[in-house]
Design a protein around this ligand. Sequence first.
Ligand code: ACO
Length: 464
Amino acid sequence: MSKQKSITELIKDAAKKSKVGAYNKEDATHKRKVAWPLDCNIGPGLEGATACETKIGYINGARGQMIYRGYDIFDLCANSTFEEVSYLLQNGNMPSEKQLNAYKKKLTEYRSIPNTLRTLLGFEIENMHPMAALRLGTNLMRHRLTWKDSDSARPLAEEAIAADEDSIPMETQPYGEKHAKYEFKKHKTGRPADVRTTTDDGESRDTCIRLISGTATLTAAIARIREDKLPIDPDPTLGHAANFIYMMTGRKPTKEEERVMDVCLILHADHGMNASTFASLVVASTLSDIYLSIGAGIAALSGPLHGGANEAVIKMLEKIGPAKNVEAWFKKKTKKKEKIPGFGHRVYKAYDPRALILAPLAKRLTADEHGEGSVFDTANKLEDLVVKTLGKEKGIYPNVDFYSGLVYRSMGIPDAMFTPIFAVSRVSGWTARITEYLQNNRIFRPRAAYTGDFGKKYVPLKKR
Ligand code: ACO
């Protein structure tokens, strides 16, 4: 019998299937100095708009390319760990051994949040969607750990003022505004210095690490409370991924499970200016605090068009049943022009590199169940069919959510926890981007084009 490939080898094989190898070079156009204000075509939902500069992550949807701080995602998944990658995202460089050990020590220290969990237990978590519970939990962390909620801890309004109004009329379509004078102010509106340096508040590095570590503990606790079990204390001898599985399932993971969870956490850590990252930046830009900003990210991620798709995928696969049903089901769906969860992406019009990595991992972890009737076989058949038809026609391929649920399920993780796991990882990207954005803060303030009426007269209630 041939030797089974390691997870690293599976990832290296997946890398060969992507187009990235040929492209993983510097793209000269991205080294250009950004000359603000930009001239760009903007669609509804701000599609096409560039809101800020970043050095954190890059994605190229046509190539299926994804980079964190210059490192290719396949390279990171094959060789790195979540701890190292989250350090990279936060700090901009790979840590030395000493730096990594110090970072891990902090994650271990902050993993234990007994006071927050005690308060959380006072709520009806079992009846709440886990993303709502997670949002509540991060708020409780803020309440417990931070920010004295006193006026002295708040940014001073006069220092923080960012122009909410422009010199041109707002809420109108930009007719002839090419020549209008915008107030693209040079001045920075970051946190006042005294708030910035408070360890327990704002965007300080420690708070980011607290949130990265605490979100995993909260998610694991929520999973257990939903099953009428008490939260489990973290094990200081385990790393982030292993601890997360352990605190959630009560079982120490195998080496392979730990490695796969680590890869999943690396894969989901950051992804451009997606809806949840944008939501967290919008809140941060008002000089609210980082806990509330992360809460906004969690809220945005919970929707079925964003992070919520992974749960929808499993429900769909179960509804389809055995692989032999896929064709008939697919025909019906396409006839009704319905979207298929786990496929398509606003940015990727090629294979999402994350799906390329997750597919073989899902296959490996569900190997015992393969055969007619297995969920993996149904997924595989559906992927083939969609790629052959919609892939060619419209650039619709599997996205990150298509296989992640199968991976988590194979580890005994309940379906409702799939989206919170996304947040456990993405909190590293959110915090890194918030920290970066606040260095040169500008309150987000796009416009809406008013297409309603004018001149209506108020009619008293009794006369309507
Ligand atoms: N299944 C079938 N057709 C699709 C799908 C899909 N999943 N996604 C897009 N299309 C089709 C659309 O019907 C449309 O066809 P048309 O041009 O004939 O009208 C065309 O592709 C373009 O679709 P848009 O909706 O304009 O694409 P958009 O970029 O707005 O949508 C989105 C991206 C929201 C992710 C969409 O593909 C979708 O709803 N997918 C399913 C939900 C999902 O998996 N979300 C997770 C995304 S990954 C993430 O957020 C972590």
